[in-house]
Write a protein that binds this ligand. Structure first.
Ligand SMILES: Cc1cc2nc3c(=O)[nH]c(=O)nc-3n(C[C@H](O)[C@H](O)[C@H](O)COP(=O)(O)O)c2cc1C
Length: 368
């Protein structure tokens, strides 16, 4: 019998050879404490999942003002860079490949995350229209973010570059720019959150894309294009996101990204994390038309729907999130047909400590 297409190798931009097409989707696990540094338990978690063709880390903060998640790790300090090196060394020793997801939370933050800098920053002064955010001081109402000055935009681009350089020093195989889920980059892309009247905003697609363009070009100063991916969420409502022109805007953004010949473009395309319902949801085939880049599809995929997406030619790679949490040996289970463990309870997604993190066994009962 032919092997599952998910279990066949794939090469990113003629460079990095992945042993299979099953990617560990970036997932914040909230376990790096006040120090915001990965530790031995983080390394164990990723090593347990090193049979993925590619691991993408949890969102990793590029600066202090980027922080908007309790217990999320950073990669702006020397200490965190050294701590990540222990994780990448362990993953490589286990035969895995690992990209670092570079994250700026933008308006999905609160001043109590960064007392020195004060308010969260965003393209425009529009608060997330949801009841509360989980901040270091507890559950609090969302604040109206401070609209970024052009100087702040330039500094943030430089922060992405420094974080990308730190990721290189930390031994990562590449980086993923987090342009999804209503965080800073996505909020520049979308009219819902970008009401600027300068060259970074307004209705103009070119202006809305400018920030991601500058971030991508800054990251490409330190990494070859074959080691840089970008994540987008055209259908997503997460963090109060969604813009009426999404069907026109996202293919245009992707056409621009295509020019860089990146490692991949990663889409949260499935609707399992909520859909803004502003039109017919986009599908992977919509993007295949406008790009020659490798594509990675995510959200709600099963073995069968992932195989179909690849066989139909709509995607090259499938990233899985929740299934990896409870099935650290996911490719082996797909290969042997071993029963999958249920998705994890939401209560363990972000709870500190090993429970619900490094205590899920392989199909044979062993814990690595
Ligand atoms: C616990 C948890 C944390 C997540 N953290 C991130 C993150 O840091 N960065 C990101 O881009 N997406 C994040 N996501 C979204 C996942 O990468 C993925 O898009 C989502 O789980 C849907 O895929 P799935 O249906 O295979 O789980 C997170 C999802 C979960 C469940």
């Amino acid at each position: 019998m032919a092997p599952s297409p998910l279990l066949t190798p794939f090469t990113l931009a003629d460079d990095l050879k992945l042993k299979n097409r099953m990617v560990l989707s970036p997932m914040t696990r909230g376990r790096t404490g006040d120090m915001q540094r990965p530790d031995k338990m983080t390394a164990q978690y990723y090593v347990q999942r090193a049979s993925a063709g590619l691991i993408i880390t949890e969102g990793t903060l590029i600066s202090t003002v980027a922080n908007g998640w309790v217990g999320a790790p950073e990669i702006y300090s020397k200490g965190a860079t050294l701590a990540w090196k222990e994780v990448t060394d362990a993953v490589h020793a286990a035969g895995g490949l690992i990209f670092c997801q570079l994250w700026h939370c933008g308006r999905a933050s609160h001043s109590s995350f960064h007392a020195k800098e004060g308010k969260a920053v965003a393209p425009s002064a529009i608060a997330i229209n949801e009841p509360t955010i989980h901040a270091p001081i507890g559950k609090v109402p969302h604040e109206v973010p401070a609209p970024m000055t052009v100087d702040q935009i330039k500094e943030t681009v430089a922060d992405f570059e420094r974080a990308a350089a730190n990721a290189k020093a930390a031994g990562f195989d590449g980086v993923e720019i987090h342009g999804a889920n209503g965080y800073l980059i996505d909020s520049f892309l979308q009219t819902k959150t970008n009401k600027r009247t300068d060259e970074y905003g307004g209705e103009s697609l070119e202006n809305r894309f400018r920030f991601l363009k500058e971030v991508t070009e800054a990251v490409l100063k330190v990494w070859p294009a074959s080691r840089v991916g970008v994540r987008l969420s055209p259908n997503g409502v997460y963090n109060d996101q969604g813009s009426p022109d999404f069907r026109e805007a996202f293919p245009w953004f992707v056409e621009q990204l295509d020019k860089y010949k990146l490692a991949y473009i990663h889409f949260i395309i499935g609707l399992g994390f909520g859909f803004h319902k502003l039109g017919e949801p986009m599908v992977m085939a919509d993007f295949r038309k406008s790009t020659s880049s490798a594509l990675m599809a995510n959200c709600g995929y099963t073995k069968e729907s992932g195989e179909k997406e690849i066989t139909d030619g709509n995607s090259d790679l499938i990233s899985y999130g929740r299934p990896w949490i409870t099935n650290p040996d996911l490719p082996a289970r797909f290969e042997t047909g071993a029963k999958l463990a249920n998705d994890p309870p939401v209560g363990v997604w972000y709870s500190p400590g090993p429970k619900g993190y490094v205590d899920y066994p392989n199909a044979d009962g062993t814990i690595v």
